[in-house]
Structures are given as C-alpha cells and as structure tokens.
Design a protein around this ligand. Structure first.
Ligand SMILES: *[C@@H]1O[C@H](CO)[C@@H](O)[C@H](O)[C@H]1NC(C)=O
Length: 164
C-alpha cells in the first residue's frame, strides 16, 4: 500500500517562532497504517498543523501531488481550552482559543514526540477538525520531520464562545 502525505506546520514546534515547514512524504506503508484524509489542529503558541493524505494500492500509484486546502483563519464562533507543553503530559491553567475555519472539535492529545533526538513527552490541547479525533494511539505518526506517538486522545464537540 502506498501513501502520499502532505503536511504543513505554520509555526515551528520546538522553536515556537514564526517559521513554516511544508513537506511532502511519499512512501510505502502497511494498509493498516494508512490514514487517508485531512487533519487540522491548532493549539497555543501559534502552533498550527495541517495535513492531507491519500492511500492507493498499485505500482507507483503515489506519483500524484496533493494540495493542502487554503488555511482559513476566520473565527467560527466556537472555542476550546488550549495548552502545549513539551517535556510533560500535564497542562495547568485554562486559556481559551477561538476556533477557525472548519475546526469544530476540542482535542487533547498526549504521548511522545521525536524531532531527531530522543522522544520527549508532550501534551497539546486545542481546536481540531473532527477527523483528528480518530487519530490512532500507540503508533508512530509522521508529520513534517516529527514522529508523534499518542497514548491518550480526547475529543468533544466545541462549545460556543462565551463572548459571542
Ligand atoms: C472560513 O471559515 C468561516 C468560519 O467557519 C466560514 O464562514 C467561511 O465560509 C470559510 N471561508 C472559506 C473560504 O472556506
């Protein structure tokens, strides 16, 4: 089974600065490891992850290109608690983020992430598309140079923002 995945990070995860990474990955994976569809997750510190992937099953079938949908930064009237902590799987505090575009769910994921060095704990909470709620646990998920391994995922429909 072949995989095409195309990922975009609008702000660097570890630097927390305003850099963008766009990446295309084409590879062969086991059928069970191929998750097709688009995913968008926004947390605090300006971290935004957007990815789209497609699976196919013939020789050289993953030659085609995928394009990310334009990032929609218009508030949609929903909000979620946000946090991002690197080096721990606990967040304190309750800051809220206005969700944008088609992000209709509040997500919390924790596990490890690995960006070259050793895996480190992390937790992220924020707005996501509904598709992100079915990310698999206990498997390496590769996006823009980082391997995520999730061991906890909670997802709920977002509530209306208190200030309208
Ligand atoms: C962007 O998101 C807003 C809020 O969900 C929506 O009203 C608008 O139609 C979207 N724009 C585009 C171009 O999809």
């Amino acid at each position: 089974m072949a995989l095409i995945t195309f990922g975009l990070v609008l702000a660097a995860l570890l630097a927390g600065g305003g850099s963008n990474t766009v990446e295309t990955l084409k590879t062969c994976v086991a059928a069970n490891d191929c998750y097709a569809g688009s995913i968008s997750i926004t947390t605090n510190a300006g971290l935004h992850l957007e990815s789209i992937s497609s699976c196919c099953q013939d020789n050289l079938c993953n030659h085609r290109e995928l394009n990310l949908p334009p990032v929609n930064l218009t508030a949609n009237g929903l909000e979620c608690p946000v946090c991002f902590v690197f080096g721990s799987d606990h967040c304190e505090g309750m800051e809220f983020l206005s969700c944008t575009g088609v992000a209709s769910h509040c997500i919390t994921v924790s596990g490890t992430l690995q960006a070259g060095g050793l895996p480190s704990l992390f937790i992220a909470r924020g707005c996501s598309t509904e598709t992100a709620c079915s990310l698999p646990l206990g498997r390496g998920l590769y996006s823009t140079g980082i391997i995520y391994n999730l061991n906890r995922l909670e997802c709920n429909p977002a509530s209306k923002a208190r200030n309208g």
